[in-house]
Write a protein that binds this ligand. Structure first.
Ligand SMILES: Cc1cc2nc3c(=O)[nH]c(=O)nc-3n(C[C@H](O)[C@H](O)[C@H](O)COP(=O)(O)O)c2cc1C
Length: 173
């Protein structure tokens, strides 16, 4: 079995959680990523922007919207340069305004996905994948994009078995 890498973004702070605002100590997508890592013995890489996003949900929404409208590529704290050691790359994010946070674009566009398998996963509050899969496809040009898994944020913690089953299936494809 080849090696797996999980590249993900997740925002700790105030967020919508089961129809109310809640302060999250660990982001939903991060929990998802950790379930994958455990299931397939994968390595985790967290994408983090230099400029931190506001803690407050509405303030964060405003910043994210502006970044999307300006098609920004926020600078990252650290950046992966080489994924040649991995066969399966799990790419995960919260849906922000219908797609991935722009910081994911910054990272994914820097990598060579030729011949790789990419398994997208997302958390959200109702949008499913939104239009993010089209963006993943564009950013990961040359990869075989596998069927992804999206889960509503508040359901992630209790979905470990579902996530493990999906992740193991991706590695075998
Ligand atoms: C800036 C921002 C924009 C969001 N936009 C959407 C959206 O367009 N559709 C949706 O279903 N949920 C949206 N959400 C909800 C998040 O996708 C959801 O809460 C997700 O599970 C958060 O994951 P995280 O805790 O890993 O950051 C948004 C949340 C934020 C903070």
């Amino acid at each position: 079995m080849g090696k797996s890498l999980i590249i993900y973004f997740s925002h700790t702070g105030e967020n919508y959680f089961d129809d109310g605002l809640k302060q999250l100590e660990k982001g939903n997508t991060e929990i998802f990523a950790e379930h994958i890592a455990k299931a397939v013995d994968g390595e985790l890489f967290k994408v983090e922007a230099v400029k931190e996003y506001p803690n407050g949900y509405y303030a964060c929404c405003d910043v994210a919207k502006e970044e999307l409208h300006q098609n920004l590529r926020p600078e990252l704290k650290k950046q992966l340069a080489d994924i040649s050691a991995y066969d399966t790359i799990f790419v995960g994010y919260p849906i922000w305004w219908g797609t991935m946070p722009m910081a994911m674009f910054t990272q994914l566009e820097k990598l060579n996905f030729q011949g790789k398998k990419v398994a997208p996963f997302a958390t959200h509050e109702g949008s499913g994948f939104g239009h993010s899969l089209t963006d993943v496809q564009k950013c990961c040009s040359g990869a075989k994009i596998l069927d992804g898994l999206q889960i509503r944020g508040c359901k992630v913690e209790k979905s470990e078995n579902k996530i493990a089953e999906w992740a193991k299936g991706c590695v075998k494809k």
